[in-house]
Design a protein around this ligand. Structure first.
Ligand code: NAP
Length: 489
């Protein structure tokens, strides 16, 4: 075993949330930190997802840090490579280079109450002793490949959308894609021209609204560069437009119905075939599952070489997919666009808190529960970035990430002395979660007539924040010590 290294803060993960916290701490003078990253480079989601068509469905001027704007975004909705380049530029600008430890997968983190430190161990045998531990591992990082009979029998290449195998030549091949979520909707139009035949296996049709993506003109970029106030105003406009969606998801059901009308018209205009239209029409409320934006998904499905398969999958065979109606659909390449194990959040790391309490065991029945999606009773000085019920169904997650980073920074400020620790009070956490679940019960995510990755098997929603993001910003502006048991060694 290697000798333990002592640092103030260990951050796990180098995606948007890990970087955000590192920058906030460093620029505030708390730069004694390391960022442990399992992969060989930074980036999280935008490093891992490289499938054809991969882009963000939140406008780029909003899907970036408020403190590191980029006037040069090429398009309204940027592709993964541009976002990844932005993250690298950001890390460079803030001098994060010396803080990264790549190829360090964290296996365990154990709270040492005597010392008031977390002992963090990596698979490569390193040990870090840190006063503060923050996890920025993301809720959508573990691919979900469903247990479909015969999966191992398939003779051709097969991979998950997040592990796209770019060595596989698609040209002239018969491609089968399972799943019709946000990833599939981007993959289908990006590859339909290359393949001989594309069969898309749909279990539930998504709501798809017009995307209206476009490149920014050089004059617009110049304006963003020259007039900072103009760029800010634009960001505000994008923020409030996205925030307004929440009205449709909770309070004003008719706003949701109006948006559904837009979705239906979008479908009718893109797909002349009435049977295909019917097969693509959702039977649940818009927003219940994440609403998707695309101008080319429906037209791609209307192509001659594209087929939508709605009969359930019976099994995968060596040469394709057999559906429950007895039809065999031959395929040379198989793609699982089947999403992520979102409810198994943090299951890869064994986190042991006070009195030997294991985080995943504490969550086994209730699902993920935290206070403000960030701190957990029994786990002092541990901060979860984008933790339980801090995901969004209506706005940019970067707003949440920045709120959480503010909160952690304030906590660090309020615990200045070696050995100080804070543990959220059990009743505060319970009360917060009760309110969250009561608020969720009134939203489309719970009432919209669908099952989604936002929910556990029991139906409990452990993913989404059921309130306005500006309310959450206010709640996380200050670390309120009275919500915590604060101890000094
Ligand atoms: P997803 O939305 O969870 O979609 C998974 C798809 O696989 C669904 O259509 C699901 O059908 C289907 N599926 C799962 N298990 C299946 C099975 N056993 N048999 C048949 N079909 C099955 O996953 P995703 O598309 O990867 O997107 C996940 C999330 O990532 C999104 O909601 C979004 O938050 C994020 N994302 C964002 C962007 C972006 O532009 N910002 C892009 C991609 C992803 P059912 O609906 O019937 O369950």
């Amino acid at each position: 075993m290697q000798q333990a290294k002592t640092v103030d803060t260990v951050i796990v993960g180098s995606g948007f949330s890990g970087l955000c916290l590192a920058i906030r701490l460093k620029t505030a003078g708390y730069g004694d930190l390391v960022i442990l990253e399992a992969a060989a480079e930074l980036g999280g989601t935008w490093r891992d997802n490289t499938y054809p068509g991969c882009a963000c469905d939140i406008p780029s001027h909003l899907y970036c840090f408020s403190f590191f704007p980029n006037p040069d975004w090429s398009r309204k909705y940027s592709g993964h490579a541009e976002i990844q380049a932005y993250l690298k530029a950001c890390a460079k600008h803030f001098g994060l280079g010396p803080h990264f430890r790549f190829n360090r997968r964290v296996d365990t983190a154990v709270w040492d109450e005597g010392a008031g430190r977390w002992e963090v161990r990596t698979r490569s045998g390193e040990v870090y002793r840190a006063r503060f531990l923050a996890t920025g591992t993301g809720g959508l990082s573990q691919p979900n490949i469903p247990e479909i009979a015969g999966k191992a029998d398939f003779a051709g290449p097969k991979f998950h959308s997040q592990r796209w195998d770019h060595r596989v030549e698609l040209r002239g091949k018969r491609l089968a894609i399972i799943g019709t979520g946000a990833s599939a909707v981007q993959i289908v139009p990006a590859v339909v021209d290359q393949v001989a035949q594309l069969n898309l296996f749909q279990r539930t049709p998504p709501w798809v609204l017009p995307r209206q993506d476009r490149a920014y003109r050089p004059a617009e970029k110049r304006r963003f560069r020259k007039w900072e106030a103009w760029r800010r105003l634009y960001r505000h406009w994008l923020y409030w437009k996205a925030e307004a969606r929440f009205l449709g998801f909770r309070d004003l059901k008719f706003v949701g119905r109006l948006a559904e009308g837009i979705g239906r018209r979008h479908l009718r205009r893109s797909i002349p075939d009435v049977d295909l239209q019917r097969a693509l029409t959702p039977d649940y409320r818009l927003g219940c599952k994440r609403g998707l934006l695309s101008d080319d998904y429906y037209p791609a499905l209307a192509r001659e070489n594209a087929g939508l398969v709605t009969s359930g999958i019976d099994r995968i065979t060596a040469e394709g997919i057999l559906t429950q109606d007895g039809k065999h659909h031959p395929a040379d390449v198989l793609v699982f666009a089947t999403g992520f194990k979102a409810v198994e959040y943090l299951s890869q790391i064994r986190i042991v808190g006070r009195s030997g309490r294991v985080l995943n065991e504490a969550w086994a029945d209730s699902g993920g529960e935290a206070y403000l999606g960030t701190t957990v009773h029994g786990f002092p000085n541990l901060f979860l970035l984008t933790g339980p019920n801090s995901g969004l169904g209506h706005n940019s997650l970067i707003h949440i990430i920045e709120s959480q980073a503010n909160y952690v920074l304030d906590a660090v400020r309020q615990l200045p002395v070696e050995g100080d620790w804070a543990e959220v009070r059990a009743e505060i956490q319970a009360d917060y979660n009760q309110k969250i679940q009561a608020q969720l019960a009134r939203t489309v995510w719970q009432m919209g007539g669908c099952r989604s990755w936002y929910q556990m098997e029991s139906g409990k929603n452990t993913a989404l924040l059921p309130t306005w993001t500006f309310v959450y910003r206010r709640q996380t502006n200050h670390f309120r010590a009275t919500d915590y048991r604060v101890e000094s060694r």
